[in-house]
Unconditional design. Structure first.
Ligand code: PAD
Ligand code: ZN
Ligand code: ZN
Length: 379
């Protein structure tokens, strides 16, 4: 507690992983983190997962402002709070929310909405006042996705953080900050998978496997995993996939393969959890032409477009997408943490590697090589 008291109101010097431009590795440097302004919260990050969305920035597919501190799937402890913050206190265990919940915008107020208007700030890399609390040698560094958690300390807006169970293990529940909730919610909230249905999940990474878990929890009787990396199949089956197929094993398009596997009907629900436009269309074409629903979860490259035959949806298919699994973040994250603590779902099978923060570049290498599901960086 003494150290918490002693840093409040002061600039903190700490280690952070900065990305200067696309296609360059992270450099771990000492940055300065200013105290939180009014309605902001400074967090000591304890654990942060490696998600493909961060890698989309590194590869240049997802355009953001540089230099930037990435990371958006974390858990930590509140170090200090700015004026007017009442939702959390120093010492609280928290999860930063890359989709904020302001509570007053139209999406926050709508029962079906979850994409708070403040979410747009995440792409600018700035906090609500148009600046960040991160500086390196006097120059401002951007804060990715309202969170920026690849740093020992970060500052977020109070709408982008929520208190969780103090007993929750940070190196596990950090996944509730993105990957788990996104995939699981895509099945439960966005598709509303029904008992007895047939589902196909394209992409069996951390988010796709969480969609598999969601389909299973919803009572799907067939869950077909689709991936070009067959090494992902054993884990997918362990987590609920009833079959797995590799599109590279077939001459015909994967949507035709899925029709063959379902007596020419197509699946009830399909999920694209890769981030490619060709697989988005293939996933749509894989579901039943009348009552099938396809959910886009993968983040496609900025400015990419899809051309498709209107006949694909004219017959009745539903094509939709969801960010953060459709969950209203502040309302849902503490409940998901409680559900995890109560044994309602497991996170351990998703975590293949736990690495010290210094090994962040190794964590991303493991993702790119297809060897990891989730790597969690611990501080
Ligand atoms: P990941 O890289 O761990 O998993 C992607 C999987 O797709 C891997 O297993 C690949 O082998 C597989 N794959 C790649 N190409 C193909 C292909 N052509 N056909 C079949 N399979 C293929 O990523 P992840 O699970 O961390 O994230 C998946 C996507 O979801 C990614 O685009 C990420 O940016 C996005 C995402 N969206 C949200 C959201 O809120 N919508 C949140 C988090 C992540
Ligand atoms: Zn993510
Ligand atoms: Zn809002």
């Amino acid at each position: 507690m003494a150290s918490i008291m002693s840093t409040a109101g002061k600039v903190i010097k700490c280690k952070a992983a900065i990305v200067w431009e696309p296609k360059k590795p992270f450099s771990i440097v000492e940055i300065e983190v200013a105290p939180p302004k009014a309605h902001e919260v400074r967090i000591k990050v304890l654990a942060s997962g490696v998600c493909r969305s961060d890698d989309h920035v590194l590869s240049g597919a997802l355009k953001v402002n540089f230099p930037v501190i990435l990371g958006h799937e974390a858990a930590g402890i509140v170090e200090s709070v700015g004026e007017g913050v009442t939702c959390v206190r120093p010492g609280d265990k928290v999860i930063p929310l890359f989709v904020p919940q302001c509570g007053v915008c139209s999406s926050c107020k709508h029962p079906r909405g979850n994409l708070c208007k403040e979410n747009e700030l995440g792409f600018t890399g700035l906090l609500n006042d148009g600046t960040t609390r991160f500086t390196y040698k006097g120059n401002q560094v951007h804060n990715f996705a309202n969170t920026g958690t690849f740093t020992e300390y970060t500052v977020v807006h109070e709408n982008s953080v929520v208190k969780i169970d103090a007993a929750a293990p940070p190196e596990k529940v950090c996944l509730i900050g993105c990957g788990f909730s996104t995939g699981y919610g895509a099945a439960i909230n966005s598709a509303k998978v029904e008992p007895g249905s047939t589902c196909a999940i394209f992409g069996l990474g951390g988010v796709g496997l969480s969609a598999v878990m969601g389909c299973k929890a919803a009572g799907a009787s067939r869950i077909i995993g689709v991936d070009i990396n067959k090494d992902k199949f054993p884990k997918a089956k362990e987590m609920g996939a009833t079959e797995c197929v590799n599109p590279l094993d077939f001459k015909k398009p994967i949507n035709e393969v899925l029709f063959d596997m379902t007596d020419g009907e197509g699946v009830d629900y399909s999920f694209e959890v890769i981030g490619r436009t060709d697989t988005m269309t293939a996933a749509l074409a894989s579901c039943h032409n009348n009552y099938g629903t396809s959910v886009i979860v993968g983040v496609a490259p900025s400015a990419s477009e899809i051309t498709f035959s209107p006949a694909l949806i004219f017959t009745g298919r539903t094509w939709k997408g969801s960010i953060f699994g459709g969950w209203k973040s502040k309302d849902s994250v503490p409940r998901l943490v409680s559900d995890f603590m109560g044994g309602k779902f497991a996170l351990d099978p998703l975590i293949t590697h736990t690495l010290p923060f210094d090994k962040i570049n190794e964590g991303f290498e493991l993702l790119r090589s297809g060897k990891s599901i989730r790597s969690v960086l611990v501080f």
